[in-house]
Design a protein around this ligand. Structure first.
Ligand code: FAD
Length: 137
């Protein structure tokens, strides 16, 4: 049971925020090694997304919630998506939306609420390419 709980937490950190799943990283490495999947995807989402980009992000979240390999988490995530349909009108909106969604999971697990304020953008700036997320590298 403990091994299961540990594996579940590691999977969660790797999905929300892989740097948090690597305790061996120094704080400096963590800051420069921003590999935080879901939140970084939102932080790199275009400022002014096309309809196609909006649809893609929305589809991704739904597909992710169907395939997430922790059954209990997947079921809960699907319910959350039904209750809070994806908001994709801009990068800022998508980032705040995902932060809110993660906070819903945090609340259910009895964790502290994360501050979705100004610093969200800096924390999840991976520095990986062009500003519009379509990237030069
Ligand atoms: P995590 O919650 O993994 O967060 C990683 C880091 O992200 C934190 O250290 C913090 O720096 C940052 N962070 C925290 N909150 C926010 C926020 N709101 N916005 C932006 N950044 C934030 N576990 C279960 O036991 N039951 C479940 O039903 C469940 N459902 C899940 C559903 C999904 C879609 C995902 C991705 C994970 C789920 N998990 C679930 C795992 C759970 O969310 C955590 O990942 C796990 O418990 C490890 O938690 P943690 O405290 O290390 O930090």
């Amino acid at each position: 049971k403990l091994a299961n709980a540990t594996a579940k937490a590691e999977l969660g950190r790797a999905s929300w925020s892989p740097a948090a799943a690597m305790p061996s990283l120094s704080s400096t490495d963590r800051a420069t090694n921003e590999q935080k999947l879901l939140h970084t995807m939102a932080a790199r989402f275009p400022e002014e997304p096309t309809e196609n980009e909006r649809e893609t992000f929305k589809s991704f979240l739904h597909i992710f919630s169907r395939l997430y390999p922790c059954g209990e988490c997947a079921a809960e995530f699907q319910q959350l998506l039904r209750k809070y349909p994806p908001q994709t009108s801009s990068r800022g909106v998508a980032s705040m939306y995902l932060c809110h969604l993660h906070n819903q999971v945090n609340e259910r697990l009895g964790k502290d609420e994360f501050d979705c304020g100004e610093n969200l953008k800096d924390i999840y700036d991976c520095g990986c390419g062009g500003d519009d997320g379509r990237g030069e590298d």
